[in-house]
Design a protein. Structure first.
Length: 151
């Protein structure tokens, strides 16, 4: 009897986890479906996804009229909005980064740049994430999303 109860509890936990992942993946109104269909041109895992002035979901271009929605991940294709937690996100993300605004080092503040990449920023009010890797070239790096400073 004890084994049956343990098995039922394990199944319930797995079901809850799957439900939680599904809820996350649909939180942005079908972003997963648009990425699967290729409707967000140029999007890939690690891309920064924005909403433009027309309300369209796009790969960030660094334009001031864009609103950053989050980083595209493989859970599946989730974007994570800026957390309200004062310490930032409790998760670490692999994001596309570029050294086009200057060499990147651990602890640097990053903002939206061209082609869905995060770039160095000296203006902390514009920062979306902080770099967690010692990193000096273009590619993917681990980042932590910062808290939302607009509230």
């Amino acid at each position: 009897m004890k084994n049956i109860i343990t098995s039922i509890m394990a199944i319930a936990l797995v079901a809850a986890s799957v439900t939680s992942l599904f809820a996350q993946s649909t939180a942005d109104g079908g972003l997963e479906a648009r990425m699967a269909k290729g409707n967000i041109t140029g999007a890939q895992i690690g891309s920064l996804i924005c909403e433009n002035a027309n309300g369209e979901k796009i790969v960030c271009s660094g334009g001031i009229e864009e609103t950053v929605l989050g980083i595209a991940t493989n859970v599946p294709y989730v974007t994570i909005n800026k957390p309200a937690n004062p310490n930032g996100s409790k998760f670490i993300f692999e994001a596309l980064v570029s050294s086009s605004n200057g060499a990147l080092s651990k602890g640097d503040f990053l903002a939206a740049g061209k082609d869905g990449k995060l770039v160095l920023t000296k203006d902390v009010s514009l920062a979306y994430a902080v770099l967690l890797d010692d990193f000096a070239i273009d590619g993917k790096a681990r980042v932590k999303v910062l808290k939302d400073r607009s509230k």
